[in-house]
Design a protein around this ligand. Structure first.
Ligand code: CU
Length: 221
């Protein structure tokens, strides 16, 4: 029989309903604006925020995706704090994925390339949602084939479920005859150099769009 493709679980719009700019953040930017010596001028100009909206889904202030605690392929425990000073892109997937995961990792390479010198301040982490087959060794070889600097992260079954819950990531085993594939969300999360979740890239966004958001995040830091 055929082998099912890696299905992309459509991220439900409701998942991001809490991510619209909150009243608090709007109030904050207003205050920052008014705080300047040109308050009157700012009022006159309508007090526009200094930054352009993200091309991805703005997650600034989201109350999820706060941290992770997983081992890398060398057995070292990693958390968000390890990536302080860098922007971090986090993607959940599995090494036997025929399409979605390789595309996301290839795009990560393109994004870093587009960032030029700023690319050195971009870290990439791949979290497996198939720890059963993705042993540390398998994971390291797979992620390392894209870039040896990409960080492969893995938990046991319970830890994987926990981190997926924290990030609102959907994943599900789908039997394919004698074997199985995984359905999973295809969202790339981006943290700023302070470790705050800022934006999510949809799978269909191109590297140029993603690089534009990252440039803004890195330049503001
Ligand atoms: Cu995949």
């Amino acid at each position: 029989m055929f082998r099912s493709d890696c299905h992309v679980a459509p991220q439900r719009a409701a998942d991001f309903s809490s991510t619209l700019p909150s009243v608090a953040s709007i109030a904050l930017s207003r205050r920052a604006c008014l705080g300047g010596g040109l308050a009157a001028l700012a009022l006159l100009a309508g007090c526009k925020p200094a930054t352009v909206p993200f091309k991805g889904i703005d997650l600034t202030g989201a109350q999820y995706g706060r941290d992770f605690r997983l081992r890398d392929a060398d057995g070292r425990e990693r958390t968000l704090a390890d990536f302080k000073g860098q922007a971090l892109m986090v993607f959940f997937g599995f090494t036997q994925c025929p399409d979605v995961c390789p595309t996301a990792l290839t795009r990560a390479l393109e994004i870093r390339e587009l960032l030029g010198a700023d690319g050195a301040r971009l870290a990439v982490a791949f979290i497996t949602i198939d720890p059963e087959r993705d042993t540390a060794q398998v994971l390291k070889a797979y992620v390392g084939a894209f870039d040896p600097g990409f960080v492969a992260l893995r938990g046991d079954e319970a830890q994987t479920a926990e981190v997926a819950r924290e990030f609102k990531v959907f994943y599900k085993k789908v039997p394919t005859g004698a074997s199985y594939t995984m359905d999973h969300s295809a969202i790339t999360y981006v943290f700023d150099p302070e470790g705050r979740l800022r934006v999510a890239f949809r799978h269909e966004q191109d590297a140029q769009d993603c690089a534009a958001d990252l440039r803004q995040i890195l330049q503001a830091a």
